[in-house]
Ligand binder design. Structure first.
Ligand SMILES: Cc1cc2nc3c(=O)[nH]c(=O)nc-3n(C[C@H](O)[C@H](O)[C@H](O)COP(=O)(O)OP(=O)(O)OC[C@H]3O[C@@H](n4cnc5c(N)ncnc54)[C@H](O)[C@@H]3O)c2cc1C
Ligand code: SF4
Length: 555
């Protein structure tokens, strides 16, 4: 740390304590400190920088160097509330300064207008708590633009006929087309579809002292060694620190939000790296710990005044979990494609963003992309090999040697319907390494989500066919038990009976407690939630700044 960086004592009452430094937390830290507020960001993970990142597949992917660790923070899973949950890893997220934005794939799609008003359009869906957002696409549009320009997104304005309106083009051109992008584009056009360059949170040109992508090939799951991936770590945290008003405090695991006798938040209680406990005092608390850890922290913060968990007087905290549905079709081609080089995705299509339930027989919609995102070890471990490939001996080695450079994956990403019982809650039995109740996931896909995933997967196979794949297959579509998109668990809404925060991200129950991250979502979109998470964070920073300046937070 250099000397011009802010440092506060836990006893200093700062303006805001932000819990979590990921996609949303990084933006809130930058915006609020730039707006003149004194900010402490408490992040449970370490402060790694690009020089700490490596291509060590074992350490990064198998030993969870950058992510939540199943031994330190174990989970349990059950399909329905009647079952007893069993220990099982249920999620992966980034556990370091920058959060999950450090190691994500960086597909960066805007939501469309429909995502905000779908309930009004399609009507009630049995078995789902689908509702409209209290804000519209038009409310968020300026903030989508802000993310694209400030964080750094490459893409091509007007390339998709299905795109929602935008006020400004992308700040830089799309990334180069990969071999799988060429095949995808040709095949999709043959089928009468409209493929276009994928908008990616990866720099195609040098920008703001950061390098353009150098196609290192260890992208999904890895931190970027040249700051080309537009993580909060590369884009926002340095600007927050530069203000001299924001301290990023790593290795600080928050386990309680402290409340005074009036029911106002007074700060965040955390373990430091030696498990000593501190209270960081603040005039207001913002939780950006993601769609799993934000509800968990609220439930851990139960008190006499809030016996069922903080901001949970209506019992909605943790519910309405959405994961995004989807599937994977794979194809092997004769020619070498060498798509292991570089970032993962260069072409996508949105022709199926809004499927007509009357025609297809289910609710939903989604997008498709072409990619190759496997590393040598996970490919050889079987993830990329066709079913029935021998897993030993010469035939196994030949299959790896031939297919690694010739395989394309078609990923589908779709809607996930909110259901009241799908949730994150506290496990009554299992504890983490700090003695806190473990995260329990209760989840069963809505039947329409499964139908949609199968439908999209079939289309993936048709594209592979049209592209000339010599062999093709799909991963089976099964009910999901593992989450990477963590959405909807503290949903936004105008009605305090059915939502946790209002459209300013303020909790209905506690005036100086704000939540902003994937948990704020009302609908799931069609995958790729992070641009929307970040647009919400920029908007939340504006709303919170206005409230603070009018004296409406501390009063
Ligand atoms: C492998 C993978 C690939 C993905 N690819 C894409 C993609 O291509 N496109 C896309 O849009 N999305 C993608 N995502 C999802 C995306 O990364 C997340 O949606 C996004 O980062 C979530 O942002 P967030 O602010 O809600 O939380 P996060 O970015 O997860 O940040 C939360 C932070 O809070 C910290 N924290 C949690 N609890 C505590 C606590 N108690 N005390 C202190 N700190 C705490 C965490 O350590 C973390 O740093 C991917 C996710 C994964 C796992
Ligand atoms: S492929 Fe590009 S963006 Fe991804 S980690 Fe490598 S250099 Fe960074």
């Amino acid at each position: 740390m250099t000397d011009d960086k802010a440092r506060y004592q836990p006893s200093d009452e700062v303006d805001f304590v932000i819990i979590g430094s990921g996609a949303a937390g990084g933006i809130l830290a930058k915006e609020l400190s730039t707006n003149g507020f004194r900010v402490v960001v408490l992040e449970q993970g370490p402060y790694l920088t690009e020089s700490d990142f490596s291509h060590d597949e074992i350490k990064i992917l198998q030993e969870d160097l950058l992510t939540n660790h199943p031994k330190l923070q174990p989970n349990t899973f059950r399909k329905t509330p009647d079952e007893k949950a069993k220990p099982q890893r249920v999620l992966v997220y980034g556990r370091a300064v920058g959060g999950t934005s450090n190691h994500f794939t960086a597909n960066f799609w805007r939501f469309h207008e429909i995502d905000f008003v779908e309930r009004s359009k399609v009507g009630p869906i049995p078995g789902s708590t689908l509702v409209d957002w209290p804000i519209t696409y038009a409310d968020l549009e300026p903030y989508y633009t802000k993310v694209e320009w400030e964080v750094g997104v490459s893409g091509l304005e007007g390339a998709s006929p299905f795109d929602p309106p935008r006020s400004k083009p992308y700040p830089m051109p799309p990334l180069p087309t990969k071999s799988n992008g060429v095949l995808f584009e040709r095949a999709a056009r043959k089928l009468g579809l409209h493929p276009f360059p994928a908008p990616m949170a990866i720099l195609s040109q040098p920008r703001a002292g950061r390098s353009a992508c150098v196609n290192c090939g260890f992208c999904l799951g890895f931190g970027c060694e040249v700051k080309a991936k537009s993580s909060s770590l590369a884009s926002m945290i340095p600007l927050a620190e530069k203000t001299g008003r924001c301290e990023i405090r790593p290795n600080s695991y928050v386990h309680k939000i402290e409340i005074d006798s009036r029911g106002r938040a007074v700060g965040a209680v955390y373990f430091d790296s030696k498990k000593n406990v501190h209270l960081q005092k603040a005039k207001a608390v913002i939780v950006s710990a993601n769609g799993a850890e934000t509800p968990r922290l609220l439930l851990l913060s139960a008190s006499k005044k809030f016996p069922d968990g903080l901001a949970n007087s209506n019992g909605v905290v943790g519910r309405n979990l959405m994961l995004n549905s989807g599937g994977i079709s794979l194809g092997v081609f004769d020619e070498q494609l060498n798509d292991y080089k570089g970032f993962a995705v260069s072409r996508i299509l949105h022709d199926f963003y809004e499927l007509d339930p009357q025609k297809v027989g289910f609710y939903g919609g989604g997008g498709l992309d072409a990619r190759f995102d496997m590393t040598p070890v996970n490919f050889a471990a079987g993830a990329g090999l066709p079913p029935n490939t021998p897993r030993w001996g010469k035939k196994f080695k030949d299959a790896i040697a031939h297919n690694f450079t010739r395989t394309v994956e078609i990923f589908s990403h779709g809607t996930s319907l909110p259901k009241e019982d799908n949730s994150f809650s506290l496990d009554p039995d299992l504890k983490d390494a700090w003695g806190l109740p473990a995260l329990r996931m209760t989840y069963k896909d809505h039947p329409d989500d499964i139908k949609l995933a199968k439908w999209l997967n079939e289309y993936g196979l048709q594209i592979l066919d049209a592209a000339g794949a010599k062999q093709k297959w799909t991963y089976p579509i099964e009910e999901q038990q593992f989450a990477v998109h963590l959405l909807g668990t503290c949903r936004m809404g105008a009605d305090p009976k059915t939502s946790v925060i209002n459209s300013d991200h303020r909790t209905h129950d506690v005036k100086n407690l704000f939540l902003c991250d994937g948990s704020s979502f009302v609908t799931s979109g069609r995958g790729q939630p992070t641009l929307t998470i970040e647009a919400l964070a920029f908007r939340a920073a504006d709303r919170i700044t206005a409230l603070a300046k009018r004296g409406e937070i501390s009063a």
